[in-house]
Design a protein around this ligand. Structure first.
Ligand code: ATP
Length: 376
């Protein structure tokens, strides 16, 4: 670890009823959020949802309309950016083109009047694996390397919190994937809090310990990547983090830990813990299931589907082979108005458009959502 303060609570970020209005438009509704010291936190959402505004309020680049920002015990709401123990890395690396990599990284130290910078700069360049590039100019580096210089330059001042605003947005997909792992490694090594803004769900899930999914100026759901993926609470979150199928169903009964649903004349079950609080018989529920959890069996082999699986019938409307698996679009009378997506790794040659199939899955992979909300 290059910083000794790994358990120092001053790296906690605490937003209390923080909000931002531009004229009559509310970009961020009053928001409470705590990011614990040392965590890798992602603000995830589509363009315009307020994630950058939230990040900029932590940085001090944007004055909140209401609420407070604390870093540890310190109320920094009214402190200018340079007095906050935070640093920001932007999508545009904003490196000094005429300075070499060493001097770009040394810049923050020199500005503070520190004379002997060599050891610290070398340590930082090693951290971002650019020790060999110290005497190059920014234009001689790749986009990913330039972004690593920007990270080193931000970290050299030993901020308590590093804010990253779509830092990988300008990189091509392959480089972006590499840099995600690289940033995660750097964060683990320095042990400070990272707050990362992105619209890329895969990026957020790869890197972050905790993800806040934002929608229209609000945090729609907060959790670990696995929790958000497995237990989305709204159709927005379910759809933002991958593809989901929704089957309109009605609660039939509760049996032990299981909820029994009626859907299109058939029955589905799901774990009670994964159903909305309102589970009275007759209540409407959307039963969600991820495509990769669904198996397809040709209707001729329907008897071979093991007992105890949730099952619905349908007809293949479309299929596309994508290498590791085949993706199917299914028309099912159980889901009027919806297409069902399924993904199979078996390559049964009979599973072509027009084929009648049974879709089946482990009931434990079903999640229930309140049907009163709109479907996106
Ligand atoms: P993006 O990924 O496109 O940056 P975002 O989720 O980060 O999106 P914000 O930049 O936080 O969104 O902006 C939230 C909303 O506030 C947007 O609708 C934006 O148009 C609006 N907004 C941002 N800055 C201003 C401003 N200075 N004046 C007026 N409206 C603004």
């Amino acid at each position: 670890k290059t910083t000794p303060e790994t358990t120092d609570p001053s790296g906690d970020v605490r937003l209390t009823r923080i909000s931002k209005r531009y004229g009559s438009f509310t970009a961020v509704h009053p928001l409470d959020l705590t990011v614990p010291q040392g965590s890798f936190f992602a603000l995830l959402g589509a363009s315009g949802c307020g994630k950058t505004t939230t990040l900029r309020m932590i940085a001090g680049l944007e004055e909140p309309t209401g609420g407070t920002v604390h870093l540890g015990d310190q109320d920094v709401t009214h402190l200018p950016p340079y007095k906050r123990p935070v640093n920001t890395v932007f999508q545009s690396y904003a490196l000094f083109p005429h300075l070499d990599i060493f001097e770009n990284v040394a810049f923050g130290l020199r500005r503070r009047g520190i004379k002997s910078v060599k050891k610290q700069v070398e340590e930082m360049l090693d951290l971002v694996q650019l020790g060999e590039q110290a005497r190059k100019k920014p234009h001689q580096l790749s986009g990913g390397q330039q972004q690593r210089v920007a990270v080193a330059r931000a970290l050299i001042n030993h901020p308590k919190v590093l804010l990253l605003d779509e830092p990988l947005g300008a990189l091509d997909l392959k480089l972006r994937r590499q840099m995600q792992l690289e940033l995660k490694r750097i964060q683990t090594e320095v042990g400070i809090t990272f707050v990362h803004v992105t619209h890329d769900q895969e990026e957020a899930m790869t890197m972050a310990d905790t993800v806040a999914v934002m929608n229209a100026g609000r945090v729609e759901q907060l959790g670990s990547p696995a929790d958000l993926y497995e237990n989305p609470r709204t159709t927005f979150v379910a759809n933002f983090l991958g593809t989901s199928n929704f089957i309109e169903a009605e609660i039939d009964s509760r049996s032990g830990d299981e909820i029994v649903l009626r859907a299109g004349g058939g029955r589905l079950t799901l774990p009670g813990a994964r159903c909305p609080a309102q589970t009275a018989p007759g209540g409407k529920v959307l039963a969600g299931v991820r495509p990769e959890k669904i198996s397809l069996t040709h209707a001729d082999d329907a008897d071979a589907v093991p007992a105890g699986r949730n099952r619905i019938t349908g007809r293949i409307a479309d299929s596309s082979f994508i290498g590791v698996s085949t993706q199917y679009v299914i028309d099912s009378p159980v889901c009027s108005g919806f297409e069902v997506y399924a993904q199979n790794i078996d390559r049964d040659p009979r599973l072509t458009p027009g084929a009648e199939v049974v879709l089946h899955w482990n009931p434990a992979h079903t999640f229930g959502l309140d049907a009163a909300q709109d479907i996106d």
